[in-house]
Design a protein around this ligand. Sequence first.
Ligand SMILES: Nc1nc2c(c(=O)[nH]1)N[C@H]1C(S)=C(S)[C@@H](COP(=O)(O)O)O[C@H]1N2
Ligand SMILES: [Mo]
Length: 321
Amino acid sequence: MLIKRPNDVLPSEITDETVYLKRRELLKRAGLVTAGAMAGHSVFAAASEEDPSGRILTDVRKSPLSTDEPPNSWRDITTYNNYYEFGTGKEDPYQNAVDFKPRPWSVAIKGACDKPGNYNYEDLVSPHVLEERIYRLRCVEAWSMVVPWVGIPLASMIKQFEPNSKAKYVRFKTLHDPKRMPGQRRGSLDWPYEEGLTMEEAMHPLTLMAVGLYGRELPNQNGAPLRLVVPWKYGFKSIKAIVEISFTSRRPRSSWEQAIPSEYGFYANVNPEVSHPRWSQARERPIGAGVFASKKPTLMFNGYADQVASLYTGLDLRKNF
Ligand SMILES: Nc1nc2c(c(=O)[nH]1)N[C@H]1C(S)=C(S)[C@@H](COP(=O)(O)O)O[C@H]1N2
Ligand SMILES: [Mo]
């Protein structure tokens, strides 16, 4: 792999990156470039400076739903991961998913819809326009990043399958193949990894089916070839390497809810006011900010409250955590 491991990074390179980010911040404040153009510039400039890999995706449209916060580096996003199918350490997925082949790939569409069946990757992706979505990502473990995803609004993909009125929830499953996913030979979770959303959450314009990162095809460690991104929820809802999507009338149980129901709920909306039983969720540690950087306050719904709070009116967010 061309990507450098964090241990190999010299302090001088870290300084370079800080200077680089500051320069962009200055340009931005001087009003020399618009936020959108800035984000676009940062994405491709940062990518070429840090040896990214993967095929470049073409015809990617920018989105007004992107944040103008500077994205984390390619290195941060691809070497600090949670992906228990490839090990429980943060660098395990980067090291152990190198040989994973995300093609050919197909997804089984099941349940309450008029167009069920097996769809191959190309059938799912090629009918749609790809969009860049720069989103905040907040892990339940209280670290955070900003990630320039490329993907398709999940709503557009779902419409392809024509869900019917019995579809109240959507359930997703990750590939279960211990030969290809060595972490599945251990019982760190009950495999396969499963997640779920309400139909309303799945159809929300912010909800993305990601196929790329930094303008390129998704790296294996980030969930190639298809992974969900739900930016107002804790990261564990954003299930990787999806092979099954089912429309159900009953609420699905997610893997983390199944494993420790007192700690991980179905909704998992980012909420600084509801502590995890073992730690506070009031603040977060931005990855890449350096070891001396202070934590920053976590925002309700990870900063997406204006767009999503109405999905939960009348719901007690302490009980439905
Ligand atoms: N299949 C699967 N999906 C998963 C996970 C996992 O272990 N297995 N980890 C989740 C968690 S806890 C987080 S924070 C995000 C991390 O995504 P990233 O590695 O692309 O930053 O992936 C989520 N999706
Ligand atoms: Mo997470």
